[in-house]
Write a protein that binds this ligand. Structure first.
Ligand code: HEM
Length: 293
């Protein structure tokens, strides 16, 4: 489909940078957005718009909302909304840095950067825990079906909704676990990436098995490891035609329905969480027709 931000569907990128912006000067927001819309959208950039910006513009996009903070047993998941989210993909850290300065300049009159995370591919798409991530992602038409809005009308079709959480791993805890304990936490063998039936109910892949939900909860995960100094973890990024699949799985990870907590939480926690609407594309530019822009 021509009207999808291509970076959502294109698999794998060696390096990336995530930028978040908040409104800095209300009077200049429209000028800044016009400059953003004038920019070509290539597969090297995915843009998302947050609820706070729509509120300022007095607009709504059916399906977008603010991520709610959630709790589980001894677990707090934060909500850290932003006005604009930008995922810059590439292969050269210097080029990505300069591209991020360009986006900062384009948005500068109306928006200020509030968060920057540099990320990278580890081996063949491993999380820094060592486990391969993304194996059960839907492919081809199934990916489009899971991630892209369809049959909702012009301005919405081709768009997507993205959930973004920065997770911080505790490597001391992970290192203290035996390989069996780690495999049990994920529900796959690190040695061959195979799922195993005898994994406990708390295993992450049992909590998140997409086809076991009613309705099925497929999403397109495009997560990437991040590291800054000696802190590191995963930027979890999941695109969906709505946030329903993400919320159903997160609630099951938190044991909302059966009090079993996902074993992932023993060694990692999210330190941020936000939802964005990724508008469709028209003639190679962001299409903000849904919000009359
Ligand atoms: C630091 C956080 C996380 C890590 C390290 C992680 C890691 C993994 C790994 C290693 C797999 C197995 C391979 C694969 O199919 O990709 C997996 C599967 C999956 N994860 Fe996560 N995950 C994290 C957070 C989340 C969150 C927050 C969600 C959604 C709310 C989620 C949803 C899924 C789904 C849907 C699958 C595929 C399950 C299936 O259908 O078999 N993950 N994850």
């Amino acid at each position: 489909m021509q009207n999808i931000q291509a970076g959502i569907l294109v698999e794998g990128t060696k390096l990336a940078r995530y930028l978040e912006f908040s409104v800095d000067s209300e009077a200049d927001v429209k000028t800044a957005l016009q400059a953003l819309v004038a920019k070509d959208v290539t597969e090297n950039m995915v843009v998302g718009i947050g609820q706070s910006l729509l509120d300022l513009l007095g607009k709504n996009v059916l399906g977008l909302r603010t991520m709610q903070a959630k709790t589980g047993s001894g677990i707090e998941l934060p909500s850290t909304p932003a006005a604009i989210w930008c995922w810059l993909r590439g292969t050269d850290r210097g080029e990505i840095f300069h591209r991020s300065r360009q986006i900062e300049n384009i948005l500068a009159p109306g928006f200020a950067i509030t968060n920057v995370i540099d990320s990278f591919q580890y081996d063949a798409n491993r999380d820094l825990s060592g486990y391969e991530d993304g194996t059960e992602n839907p492919q081809g038409d199934d990916a489009i079906h899971a991630a892209i809005v369809q049959d909702q009308g012009e301005g919405l079709d081709g768009g997507s909704f993205v959930a973004v959480q920065q997770w911080l791993h505790d490597f001391e805890v992970l290192d203290a676990m035996s390989t069996k304990q780690q495999d049990d936490a994920i529900g796959r063998h690190i040695s061959d990436n195979e799922e195993f039936d005898e994994a406990p109910e708390s295993a992450h892949v049992k909590r998140s098995a997409q086809e076991n939900f009613e309705p099925e909860a497929f999403m397109l995960r495009r997560s990437m490891p991040w590291a800054e100094g000696m802190d590191a973890g995963l930027v979890f990024v999941a695109f969906g035609h709505s946030f329903t699949a993400f919320e159903m799985i997160l609630d099951h990870m938190l044991g909302k329905d059966d009090t079993v907590t996902d074993a992932l939480f023993t060694f990692t926690r999210p330190v941020s969480g936000a939802y964005f609407w990724c508008p469709p594309v028209k003639a190679g530019k962001l299409d903000l027709g849904a919000i009359d822009f």
